[in-house]
Design a protein around this ligand. Structure first.
Ligand SMILES: Cc1cc2nc3c(=O)[nH]c(=O)nc-3n(C[C@H](O)[C@H](O)[C@H](O)COP(=O)(O)OP(=O)(O)OC[C@H]3O[C@@H](n4cnc5c(N)ncnc54)[C@H](O)[C@@H]3O)c2cc1C
Length: 810
């Protein structure tokens, strides 16, 4: 039997990049299998735009590296890549789009990418064939560029071969062998290749390939089209790439003519009956009817296009995912099975950086940086359902050029997971959003108001209604449906010991105690942030964010020692969670139960089973909104009855239904951290200000302890701070640069308007070479840059609301 350390499946730009970077990191024993010929899938017909700016610092970093790599590969390999640093212009036809472009320019600066807001004259100077009289403005990014995708692939392949990899064309992987939850090899028509690592880079084939090994890879192909014209007078090779997102189109110079493509607001899924056998260097039939609206918009922008002879209408399939981010990382349930696929029309730009990041992940057997937006563990198996995908990707293609309004919800693939309270809340005016397939009430429309969010960058229509919900929680009592919480049950005689090793806090507590803790990696960064309740000597309930369940379950399972007598079960769907929060929550609860809910009888951070409205409920005294309150874990069949009883009993106490927008503003005022925003694999508890939830001295230690010990005595040069804006009208949304004494020194992780404070509150990491401490925050001039404008802010290491937590423990 043949043997290799790693087998990469797929010889598109992604597979070749992974193979190249594995060899660059010293792995010689790498085989790449390509069923047809290299670059014959989607890669060969890509337009070749390389735009650097993405919505997260690390994804942007990946593409910056791609650009740098494509610039030097020719010298390294002798194979040209066509890389040209021509810059890019993105134009705005509307005021809202211009706000977005200005926000992007601010974001770019925070990520170290040069970006300049330019006016119409400057647009015309940079892109003479463009019509500009209808434009509001534009952004110029000088470092963007273009490549020839097939040539980049060949260059990567050549470099991989030079590094020792074997690239085999005409050999399909027919299956992946898994033994005891771990990769064992790859099956081909020529026999089995035993392998320690498999990387699924099979493009639009990746879902089917993954499915055959029980690895969900949620992607679906969609048609994507562009035209190429014959040469046009005035189009020179130096012309920048140009994007006109309001017209859904982009332009690139191509052999003296224009390549013009578009992201149709409603695209056509393709490959419903599977990808046809032998599909290689193939295209799909021209669809002029579908392309016509894009062509009309494009002619509005570049009038010369109207008379230019069209050389070609290219229609090619590309894979899209449910959220428009690519899929990277190790499969949650199969060790050493990696995926890099679903590049949503950005695979050429991403290939260099994504290939390197994945190669590092493989070689070090741990992720190299926070890549959560692209992490395969953000999905659950239901996301790979073909019907769901088909519906969703038809919308996702257009998302590229949507105005990225805050809170924008997708409209397709909705209603997958519903709380038992769903219809009751709908009847009470709930406006729902979706997270991890769950429908969740974001805000409640009072009678006479439509339960529909109207999108804008300013205060949206729900603002006064969420404010009222917020006030109810602060001043009376509010009821929240938090059923979507991830809930994992760890049971068995060894459960306690295993969890103690995984958690930074001490979870060896009496039955009925609830512990707030992080699960850290060896570098001390957050793999998860959760609450752990000891249900019995040998049983723990882990409650975690809705989006993290797959990931957390995978992390825990992976770290159960071999032979440990402990089993993990996902019980998310078994319990509804009803949050009862506010200073009058005790009074309300007392009306529904015979249990003692006094402070002495039911202290903070404890949990126990009590009868509520005749139902067996596990009540936990804990809060994410900073008030006295209980989370009620109700078996789903009792949930509607308990909710009805709460409503009835609370009628004279000022009880209000409240949604996730109120949770956002309440938690921001209390500076409660969120995993994935404030807490990522790169952030440690000390940096995040959560040292109180770490027990460095607990017997046996925990994963990450050594890293924390090293960090403990050094000044914290990067630290999470809260920022309260001076101007009550300022509205940060998250990701804005933090400016310290005139210099960009960090960025916002979350922001919301704090209705109690009467001002917006932000959380974000601030960097300073001498250390970030209270004295620095008191003395420094702090500002946030919102869409290009700077707003003064007061910084603190403490929560702006009830910093001592007196209300929570009342
Ligand atoms: C019209 C169009 C324009 C685009 N423009 C741009 C752009 O300007 N910029 C940009 O960044 N991106 C662009 N893209 C997207 C880009 O082309 C893709 O994201 C990228 O090519 C994906 O590369 P890949 O390696 O994942 O997939 P592919 O190129 O499809 O490679 C996958 C390979 O896996 C092989 N394979 C599958 N199954 C097996 C198996 N079982 N065994 C062996 N081999 C297997 C296939 O034969 C294929 O060669 C565009 C896409 C389209 C359609």
């Amino acid at each position: 039997m043949r043997q290799a350390r790693a087998v990469v499946i797929g010889g598109g730009i992604i597979g070749c990049s992974v193979a190249y970077h594995l060899t660059a990191l010293g792995w010689r024993d790498v085989i790449l299998l390509e069923q047809g010929r290299l670059s014959g899938g989607t890669t060969w017909h890509a337009a070749g735009l390389v735009g650097q700016l993405r919505s997260s610092a690390n994804l942007t970093r990946l593409i910056r590296y791609s650009a740098e790599l494509y610039g030097r590969l020719e010298a390294e390999t002798g194979q040209a890549t066509g890389w040209k640093r021509c810059g890019s212009v993105s134009v705005a036809r509307t005021a809202q789009r211009m706000i977005q472009l200005k926000r992007n320019a601010s974001l770019a600066r925070a990520y170290g990418v040069d970006a300049e807001v330019i006016d119409r004259d400057e647009v015309l100077r940079r892109y003479p064939p463009m019509r500009v009289d209808d434009l509001v403005g534009a952004v110029w990014i000088p470092g963007d560029g273009k490549v020839n995708p097939a040539d980049v692939t060949q260059a990567l392949a050549r470099a991989a071969r030079a590094g020792g990899a074997e690239l085999r064309e005409g050999v399909a992987a027919t299956g992946v062998r898994i033994e005891r939850g771990r990769v064992a090899g790859v099956e081909t028509a020529e026999g089995v290749i035993a392998a320690e690592v498999v990387v699924n880079c099979a493009g639009m084939w990746a879902r089917e390939l993954g499915r055959s090994s029980g690895v969900p890879v949620p992607l679906h192909a969609c048609e994507h089209m562009y035209v190429v014209t014959n040469p046009i007078v005035g189009i020179s090779p130096d012309l920048p790439v140009m994007r006109d997102p309001d017209g859904h189109v982009y332009f690139k110079e191509e052999v003296g003519g224009l390549l013009m493509g578009g992201f149709d607001p409603w695209a056509k899924p393709w490959g419903m009956d599977g990808i046809p056998a032998g599909f290689s260097f193939a295209t799909l039939p021209e669809d002029w009817e579908k392309f016509e609206p894009l062509m009309t918009h494009a002619i509005e922008r570049v009038p010369a296009l109207e008379s230019a002879p069209i050389r070609l209408l290219m229609n090619g399939p590309e894979s899209f995912t449910p959220d428009n981010y690519f899929i990277l990382g190790e499969a949650p349930d199969v060790r050493r099975y990696y995926v890099a696929a679903g590049f949503c029309s950005g695979g050429i730009a991403a290939a260099g950086g994504a290939g390197r990041a994945l190669a590092e992940w493989i070689v070090e057997d741990r992720q190299p940086m926070d890549l959560w937006p692209a992490d395969i563990r953000r999905f659950a198996p239901f996301h790979a359902d073909p019907r769901f995908l088909r519906e969703r990707v038809s919308e996702i293609v257009g998302v590229h050029y949507f105005v990225a309004f805050p809170n924008r919800e997708l409209t397709t693939g909705r209603g997958l997971r519903r709380s038992p309270l769903h219809e009751l809340l709908r009847a009470r005016g709930a406006c729902f959003g979706a997270k991890m397939g769950w429908e969740r009430a974001n805000w409640f429309a009072p009678p006479g108001v439509a339960a529909e969010t109207e999108y804008s960058f300013g205060r949206q229509n729900w603002f006064p209604h969420a404010a009222a919900e917020h006030r109810a929680a602060r001043e009376a009592v509010a009821v929240f449906d938090q059923t979507s919480f991830g809930k994992l049950l760890l049971e068995g005689p060894d459960a306690g010991a295993a969890l103690q090793r995984l958690c930074a806090n001490d979870v060896d507590v009496p039955v009925g105690r609830l512990v707030y803790t992080g699960m850290l990696n060896e570098r001390g960064g957050y793999e998860s942030d959760l609450t752990v309740t000891r249900l019995a000597e040998d049983a723990y309930l882990l409650v975690t964010g809705s989006a993290q369940t797959t990931r957390d379950a995978s992390w825990v399972r992976r770290h159960l020692p071999d032979g440990a007598r402990a089993a993990l079960r996902d019980v998310t769907g078994a319990w509804s969670v009803i949050g009862l929060m506010g200073p009058r929550s005790r009074e309300l609860l007392a009306r529904l139960t015979d249990a003692d809910v006094s402070n002495a009888g039911f202290p903070f951070a404890t949990a126990r089973e009590i009868g509520i409205a005749r139902a067996p409920v596990r009540a936990a005294r804990i809060t994410y909104v900073g008030e006295l309150g209980w989370e009620l874990y109700v078996p789903v069949e009792f949930a509607a009855g308990v909710y009805a009883a709460i409503r009835e009993a609370g009628a004279d106490l000022g009880l209000a239904d409240a949604g996730y927008y109120a949770i956002d503003s309440l938690r921001m005022e209390k500076a409660y951290r969120a995993w994935g925003r404030e807490l990522t694999v790169e952030d440690t508890p000390f940096q995040a200000g959560l040292g109180f939830a770490v027990r460095l001295d607990k017997p046996g230690g925990f994963i990450g302890r050594d890293a924390l010990l090293r960090e403990r005595d050094a000044p914290l040069t990067r630290r999470l701070v809260t920022l309260v804006l001076d101007d009550p009208g300022a509205l940060p949304l998250g990701d804005e640069p933090i400016v310290c004494d005139g210099q960009i020194a960090g960025s916002v992780t979350s922001a919301a308007y704090g209705h109690t404070l009467g001002r917006a509150v932000a959380l974000g990491y601030l960097r300073h070479p001498d250390g970030v401490d209270a004295a620095l925050l008191d003395g420094a001039a702090l500002e946030l840059e919102i869409a290009g404008d700077r707003f003064k802010a007061r910084g603190s290491l403490r929560a702006p609301y009830d910093p001592q937590g007196l209300r929570v423990k009342a």
